[in-house]
Design a protein around this ligand. Structure first.
Ligand SMILES: [Zn+2]
Length: 169
C-alpha cells in the first residue's frame, strides 16, 4: 500500500478547493514522488488554458525529475484535481498518462482523493494510507519509521522506475 503524508494531502486538497472556487473549473496538478517511504506531492504550474483541464510544462517537469533524482527519489506518477467530477480518471487522463504510473485525483466536491494505477490504457484503483511526517529530533537515534493511524507499519513497496523521459508527457 502506498503511504501519503496527511499534512500534504490536506494542504493540496485545500489548495484544489480554493483554486476551483476562485476560478470555477480550474484544476491543480503536479507530480508524485516516491521518497522510498511515502509518496510526496510536488505541485507544478497548470499550463492549460482551458478550464477543466491541466497541462504540464515540459521544462518544469524536467527540472523536478532532475532535482528528485539527485536526492535518490523518483517521480512515479502525477496528480491533479477534479473540481466537479468524481475522482475517476477520464479518457484523456488515461491517454496522457505514462504506462504503469500512479495518478492521484483530488475530489473538490467530496473533499477526498483516490489513487490509481494506469496500465495498458486502464485505470485500476490503488490503496493508500496516511503516514505521519517522520521527524528526526537531534536526540533520537532510534525512531525512523512512522506508523499510520491504523497502527500498520509504514511500508513502501519498491516500484519499477518510471523513465524520466516518459514522465514529461
Ligand atoms: Zn482528470
Amino acid at each position: 500500500m502506498h503511504m501519503l503524508l496527511k499534512s500534504e494531502f490536506a494542504r493540496l486538497l485545500r489548495e484544489a478547493v480554493r483554486v476551483s472556487r476562485q476560478s470555477p473549473g480550474t484544476e491543480i496538478c503536479g507530480l508524485l514522488v516516491d521518497t522510498g517511504r511515502h509518496l510526496r506531492f510536488v505541485q507544478t504550474r497548470n499550463n492549460s488554458r482551458r478550464r477543466g483541464g491541466f497541462a504540464f510544462s515540459a521544462q518544469e517537469v524536467r527540472r523536478v525529475v532532475a532535482a528528485v533524482k539527485t536526492s535518490g527519489q523518483e517521480v512515479v506518477g502525477t496528480f491533479h484535481s477534479h473540481p466537479v467530477g468524481l475522482p475517476i480518471p477520464g479518457p484523456s487522463d488515461v491517454e496522457h498518462a505514462v504506462d504503469d504510473s500512479l495518478m492521484f485525483l483530488f475530489d473538490c466536491i467530496g473533499r477526498g482523493g483516490r489513487l490509481w494505477n494506469i496500465r495498458d490504457g486502464r485505470a485500476q484503483p490503488t490503496r493508500y494510507g496516511f503516514a505521519q511526517r517522520s521527524h528526526r529530533p537531534p536526540n533520537d537515534g532510534v525512531e525512523r519509521t512512522g506508523t499510520s493511524r491504523s497502527g500498520q507499519s509504514q511500508v513502501v513497496r519498491q516500484r519499477r522506475l518510471v523513465p524520466a523521459a516518459n514522465a514529461e508527457r
